[in-house]
Design a protein around this ligand. Structure first.
Ligand code: F3S
Length: 389
């Protein structure tokens, strides 16, 4: 492969993979079951990134199931989300390059909800921190937090270097996190991720004290704990599958009600007028969309405020069938399929954001927005009144 016998893309990929393997002391390459590629938005890639992809797409074809992270726009309804024609042309060229490589244009950060669902113990090469954390922790699969190029390289070769979180010894939890407070609304899980991410620093947390967690709550927690912390892996006693095979670490920290309140205080800015409400970070599941439709039914989004539901196109298609889409759109809400608030070119368009997501707040602040985080009900209220109360 390194000699170029399998073409340019495979040679380049092997160069990337062997360099990574050398740096991290991998003994060999291992097969991966699937790949999730991030770095899809033209907003982040620019012309240099597009050129790189076009080069690879000349002869690069993926060898395993490969799905894509969100792009910079809704690939169908980009106009209604205020995306410029120039941006759309470039974004479509990026998508075409990925399509030529044989990648599924799924454009979601929840690939596990739309058919790229690994099994326990399976080796993967995924990028997208929230999905990597979900795969490692909630599913018990094994992946490092790949960058866009290393994930693509693994897709062309079908393998990844065996190091980091592929190895048992690097998956041992080393801080016990005792959660001594009850959690309620969805955003509490983002707040918990904020607290644990910061308290665990670069250690792998073993979390106790949580009696129940839904899939939506776990995906929200995954996004937050890795955004505010370092490790894309945690164990949650009684909830995640590998927790029972790990010993509880001796070092411990606790999370109390005051920590959760402090997280909200840190994530929330002083702002009342809300210009954008965006839910779906990570992308909304069909269950979340149904809850949004219930909350919005018969109401109207305030003038001067936009309400976006970020989700995969697959989930939206189910929402169409159940009539949720019609309810949300009749109320003035918009679907933002294939994209999200962090990778769409939103800088300068909105001054304030309300969301359920702690990760969404982190990235929106980088886009110079003032942020408010709350549950689905509070976000829908903000959309309907234009205010955060
Ligand atoms: Fe997904 Fe974008 Fe949030 S990629 S996790 S919706 S920042």
């Amino acid at each position: 492969m390194l000699d170029g016998k399998e073409g340019y893309a495979v040679r380049k990929s092997m160069e990337i993979l062997t360099a990574l393997g050398d740096i991290y002391g991998a003994d060999r390459l291992i097969k991966v079951g699937s790949v999730q590629v991030a770095g899809v938005s033209y907003h982040n890639l620019g012309d240099a990134g597009l050129e790189f992809l076009n080069e690879l797409a000349k002869d690069g074809r993926v060898k395993v199931l490969t799905t894509l992270n969100p792009a910079g726009m809704d690939l169908e309804n980009w106009r209604s989300l205020g995306i410029s024609e120039d941006f759309a042309v470039k974004q479509n060229l990026v998508i075409e390059a990925f399509e030529r490589m044989g990648i599924l244009v799924s454009c979601t950060c929840t690939p596990y909800l739309i058919g790229n669902l690994p099994r326990f113990g399976e080796h993967l090469a995924w990028s997208e921190s929230s999905a990597v954390t979900f795969a490692n922790s909630v599913i018990g699969a094994r992946t490092n937090r790949e960058g866009g190029p290393s994930a693509l390289a693994a897709a062309f070769v079908g393998m990844t270097p065996r190091y980091g979180l592929h190895l048992d010894e690097n998956r041992v939890p080393n801080v016990h996190v005792k959660v001594n407070t009850a959690l309620g609304k969805l955003s509490d899980w983002g707040a918990l991720g904020y607290v644990i991410g910061k308290k665990a620093e670069n250690k792998i947390p073993y979390i106790t004290g949580i009696a129940e967690a839904s899939l939506d709550e776990l995906k929200s927690f995954c996004a937050s704990v890795v955004t505010y912390g370092a490790q894309p892996l945690f164990y949650m006693e009684g909830i995640t599958p590998a927790a029972q095979s790990q010993a509880v670490p001796r070092e411990s920290v606790s999370v109390d009600e005051a920590d959760i309140k402090n997280a909200y205080d840190n994530i929330n800015d002083q702002v009342t007028d809300i210009e954008l409400v965006c839910v779906g970070c990570p992308h909304c599941s069909i269950k979340e969309i149904s809850e949004i439709a219930d909350l919005l039914k018969g109401k109207q989004v305030a003038e001067g405020t936009e309400f976006w539901v970020a989700t995969s196109r697959t989930a939206k298609q189910l929402a169409d069938k159940r009539g949720y889409t019609q309810v949300i759109e009749a109320a003035g809400g918009k679907f933002a399929c294939d994209t999200c608030m962090a990778v769409a070119p939103l800088k300068g368009r909105f001054k304030s954001l309300a969301t359920t997501s702690a990760k969404g707040c982190f990235y929106s602040r980088q886009n110079k927005m003032l942020t408010k985080m709350g549950g689905l009900r509070e976000c829908v209220d903000a959309a309907v009144t234009g205010k955060w109360t």
